[in-house]
Design a binder for this molecule. Structure first.
Ligand SMILES: *Cc1c(COP(=O)(O)O)cnc(C)c1O
Length: 346
């Protein structure tokens, strides 16, 4: 086993720290090169590179971590490979081949094994694949050259408060246009959610809840996490978008499968904001790679306050059970019947 770096794993926050290696591959003349590890954590680009002008950028996020029995693993990297290919296609970027994506994740995590936090620390090695247009573009069109890169960085838990329920507010802004780019992982979706996010934080909220921008009727998601509800019959209710503007969270899709495995009923359907206001739901949670599920205790919309009775202070019973099951599968303490956990080093 590699000797670990001398870090205080328990007190890491969610910020960037350079590690030993990143992975890089360049696309030119219609093909990806063979790709390699690099210890250069900078990128030198032409001022005319497409990324700077028309924002051709897509990214992914997953984590590598240590299981109870000491393996370094990651969770469903094939799903990130697929989603990044889908994101790239939407922005007319060449997909990085999916098998090579998974190999590159393994290669860069292995090379940085000393940076993978130990089991039980709560920390993980965050893996951030990204792709940018590097070729010169001045007229509006897709570039002909691209860079695919993976950086890794050790991070602590995303939400410092642990299992403390957070408050959301309904945003006066929209996150994604109907049939736009809300269903892909593109940096441009985040650029425009920064102001609403800062406003929400300044007003004391953890995040914004966005409604569908076509009718402002249905619940979509927050700036960076999908939302889940539990109704009064214990059914897990998962919002679906009429306008295809919810990001397909891998955590959410995994939790739906976990719920089915546990015999929890799942209803995936459009969820009207008025239904949330009517008190139909007793639990609410946000899901994503970083936090798995974090509990939402209240959602405010002007003077309207929705309180989730069974998860007001911390996770309610259904969310808790889902989170404990999924994190148990991830940690290797619960059997991984679907083959989701991929061993990188044992
Ligand atoms: C990445 C992301 C999520 C969470 O997806 P996971 O695959 O579960 O990490 C949710 N919403 C948005 C907008 C995202 O960018």
């Amino acid at each position: 086993m590699t000797e670990k770096k001398d870090l205080d794993w328990g007190s890491l926050d969610f910020s960037y720290r350079k590690t030993d290696y990143s992975y890089v591959s360049n696309y030119k003349d219609g093909a990806w090169d063979e790709g390699a590890l690099t210890s250069d954590h900078t990128i030198a680009l032409s001022e005319c590179a497409g990324i700077f002008h028309y924002c051709q950028e897509v990214f992914e996020g997953l984590k590598a971590y240590t299981t109870q029995d000491g393996r370094i693993v990651c969770f469903r990297p094939d799903m990130n490979a697929q989603r990044m290919a889908d994101s790239a296609e939407r922005l007319v970027m060449p997909a990085f081949p999916q098998d090579r994506f998974v190999e590159a994740v393994e290669q860069v995590v292995r090379a940085n094994a000393a940076w993978v936090p130990p089991f039980g620390s709560g920390a993980t090695l965050y893996v951030r694949p990204l792709m940018i247009a590097t070729g010169d573009v001045i007229g509006v069109k897709p570039a002909t050259e691209y860079q695919f890169r993976i950086l890794v960085t050790p991070v602590g838990p995303y939400f410092k408060g642990g299992d403390t329920a957070v408050k959301l507010c309904v945003s006066p802004y929209d996150r994604a246009a109907p049939h736009g780019t809300g269903n892909i992982k593109a940096g441009l979706n985040y650029a425009m959610s920064l102001k609403p996010g800062m406003d929400a934080h300044a007003a004391g909220y953890a995040e914004n809840l966005y409604l569908d921008s076509e009718s402002r009727t249905y619940v979509e998601e927050t700036g960076g996490a999908n939302v889940l509800f539990v109704d009064r019959d214990g059914v897990l209710v998962v919002p679906v978008s009429h306008t295809d503007s919810i990001l397909p969270s891998i955590t959410r899709r995994s939790l739906v499968q976990v719920a089915q495995d546990l015999g929890i009923a799942v209803d995936e359907r459009p969820v009207a904001w008025t239904e949330v206001v009517s008190g139909a739901f007793v639990e609410c949670g946000l899901c994503g790679t970083a936090a798995v599920i974090s509990p939402v205790g209240e959602i405010h919309d002007g003077d309207t306050v929705v309180v989730f009775e069974d998860g007001h202070e911390s996770s309610g019973p259904v969310m808790r059970r889902l989170r404990e099951t999924l994190t148990g599968i991830q940690a290797g303490t619960i059997e991984d019947v679907h083959g989701w956990v991929r061993t990188i080093c044992s």
